[in-house]
Design a protein around this ligand. Structure first.
Ligand SMILES: Cc1cn([C@H]2C[C@H](O)[C@@H](COP(=O)(O)OP(=O)(O)O[C@H]3O[C@H](C)C(=O)[C@H](O)[C@H]3O)O2)c(=O)[nH]c1=O
Length: 185
């Protein structure tokens, strides 16, 4: 398992080793013992899996507030997405800063997102599927969302000039200016 830091503290990229042979490959997508040896010890309790049919589907930017804040480990099981996390931990030196990268079946990369971040992605291929581990259970009463295209965050999404597919919840999401962070660094 390779682990790479980003410019945002605690936000990291994990790339599991793939054992290739004539059949294809085998990979351990998560191993708690290996990761705790690398200093990342999270008790994930829920796995999520979503399929987005069209290019330019955007899901996010979402968060769950305490006491059900979620750390997430995100990977792309099919297709290709641009995955983004925004640091919204009050007091963090990188508060309001975002980091994005391509996750795909091909590159096998995973984004390790601590609690206290907004999370969202944009699909770059049709029929893209993401699979992600969460460190707390779904709690709709704690669910919140901020506009993916908020100018005060300024995410440089890779696609422009396309008709984005966005849920009503995400279209009506908060502006970053109206968002009150419930997270402490
Ligand atoms: C998140 C979630 C949703 N649901 C139900 C609730 C709705 O009836 C349906 C679709 O939910 P939603 O529109 O919130 O799904 P996404 O837009 O993919 O939201 C997710 O996308 C972004 C990228 C995230 O990081 C979050 O995990 C999550 O907010 O699934 C559940 O039953 N359990 C869950 O954990």
């Amino acid at each position: 398992m390779e682990i790479e830091k980003t410019h945002i503290p605690d936000l990291a990229i994990l790339t599991p080793r793939r054992f290739g042979d004539e059949r294809g490959f085998f990979s351990e997508s998560w191993n708690r013992k290996v990761m705790s040896g690398l200093g990342v010890d999270i008790d994930f309790v829920q796995d999520n899996h979503s399929l987005s049919r069209t290019v330019g589907t955007v899901r996010g930017l979402h968060y769950q507030s305490p006491p059900h804040a979620q750390a997430k480990l995100v990977r792309c099981g099919r297709g290709r997405i641009y995955d983004v996390a925004v640091d919204v931990r009050a007091g963090s030196p990188t508060f309001g800063q975002w980091y994005g990268l391509e996750l795909s079946f091909e590159n096998g990369r995973q984004l390790m997102i601590p609690a206290g971040f907004l999370h969202g992605f944009m699909t770059l291929e049709p029929d893209s599927e993401i699979i992600y581990k969460c460190s707390d259970y779904y709690a709709p009463e704690c669910d919140g969302s901020v506009r993916f295209d908020d100018p005060d965050i300024g995410i440089e999404w890779p696609l422009s000039g396309v008709q984005f597919t966005v849920s009503a919840k995400d279209r009506d999401a908060l502006s970053f200016r109206d968002f009150q962070s419930p997270f402490i660094y």
